[in-house]
Design a protein around this ligand. Structure first.
Ligand SMILES: Cc1cc2nc3c(=O)[nH]c(=O)nc-3n(C[C@H](O)[C@H](O)[C@H](O)COP(=O)(O)OP(=O)(O)OC[C@H]3O[C@@H](n4cnc5c(N)ncnc54)[C@H](O)[C@@H]3O)c2cc1C
Length: 228
C-alpha cells in the first residue's frame, strides 16, 4: 500500500463535534479536488484501522486540510481528537471519482454537514485554479445553528467571485434563527439544461435529493454524489 506520513500543523474546533485538521502536505503527494484519503490510525488491538476522509483543501494549497465529524466511540475520531500538533500518522494515496472532469458547465453543489469538505475543494478549485466563469451554487444544510461552520470562508468566496453564491439552511433552527430553514430538499434549484449536480453527505439526503432532481428533469448522468 502506498502511504504518506501526515504531520499535524493545526487542529481547530469549528462546530459541534466538528474539527478541521491541517497537515503538512507530504512531498510527492498528489490529488484531484474532491478526492479522499484513508487515514491509517492505530486501534486498541494494535492493528491499523483505515478510515476515509475527504480533502477540503485544493491541490495548490501548501497543506492538506480535512473536516472531521467526530463519531462517538469511533476509532479514528478518538485518535484525531487526541492528536497534538507535530504528531504524525499514515494515510493512503488520494482516491475516488467524486471529481469534476466536465468543468465547462454550471455547478450546483449540495452538502450536509462534513459533506462540505470535498465540495469546498471542488468549488475553490473551479474558482481559484480553473478560474471558471460558469455559475457555481452551493446549498449547505446543517441540523442546528451549532453545527454551522466555514460560512466566513463561503462569504469570502462569494465576495471575491461574483459567479459563486451559497445558501445555508438549518433543519432544526432555534427561535432566533432568521435564515433559511428546513432540509436541503426544500431549497433545491430547478435543474437547468447544462447543470451538473454534486451531492455530498449522508445517504438519506443523497437519495432524496437525487429523486427530486430526476423528477425535475435532471439527467442521471449529470448527478454525482459521495456518501459519507
Ligand atoms: C469516501 C468517504 C469520504 C469521507 N469523508 C469524510 C470527511 O471528510 N469527514 C468526515 O467526518 N467523515 C467522512 N467520511 C465518513 C467517515 O469515514 C466515517 O464516519 C468513519 O467511519 C469514521 O471513523 P471512526 O473510526 O471515527 O468511526 P468508526 O469506528 O468507523 O465507527 C464507530 C461507530 O459509529 C458508526 N458510524 C461511523 N460513521 C458514522 C457516521 N458518519 N454517522 C453515524 N454513525 C457512524 C459506525 O457504524 C460504528 O458503529 C467519509 C466516508 C467516505 C466513504
Amino acid at each position: 500500500m502506498e502511504t504518506y506520513a501526515l504531520t499535524l500543523l493545526e487542529k481547530k474546533h469549528i462546530a459541534d463535534f466538528v474539527y478541521s485538521f491541517r497537515f503538512a502536505k507530504p512531498d510527492m503527494f498528489v490529488f484531484t479536488a474532491g478526492q479522499f484519503v484513508q487515514f491509517a490510525v492505530p486501534s486498541s488491538d494494535g492493528s491499523l484501522a483505515l478510515r476515509a476522509y475527504s480533502i477540503s483543501s485544493i491541490p495548490g494549497d501548501p497543506y492538506l486540510e480535512f473536516c472531521v465529524k467526530m463519531i462517538e466511540n469511533g476509532v479514528a475520531s478518538a485518535h484525531l481528537l487526541r492528536m497534538r500538533e507535530g504528531e504524525e500518522f499514515l494515510c493512503t494515496k488520494a482516491q475516488g471519482r467524486f471529481v469534476m472532469n466536465d468543468a465547462n458547465k454550471p455547478l450546483s453543489a449540495v452538502a450536509t454537514g462534513a459533506g462540505l469538505a470535498p465540495l469546498l475543494s471542488i468549488i475553490r478549485d473551479q474558482l481559484e485554479t480553473k478560474k471558471t466563469n460558469h455559475e457555481i451554487r452551493l446549498l449547505f444544510g446543517v441540523r442546528m445553528e451549532k453545527d454551522i461552520f466555514w460560512t466566513e470562508r463561503l462569504n469570502d468566496l462569494q465576495k471575491t467571485h461574483p459567479n459563486f453564491s451559497y445558501q445555508l439552511t438549518v433543519s432544526r433552527p432555534g427561535q432566533s434563527w432568521e435564515g433559511l430553514s428546513g432540509r436541503v430538499t426544500s431549497h433545491l434549484p430547478t435543474p437547468g439544461q447544462d447543470d451538473l449536480f454534486y451531492l455530498c453527505g449522508n445517504g438519506e439526503m443523497i437519495k432524496d435529493v437525487r429523486t427530486i432532481l430526476l423528477q425535475e428533469g435532471a439527467s442521471a448522468k449529470a448527478i454525482k454524489f459521495e456518501i459519507f
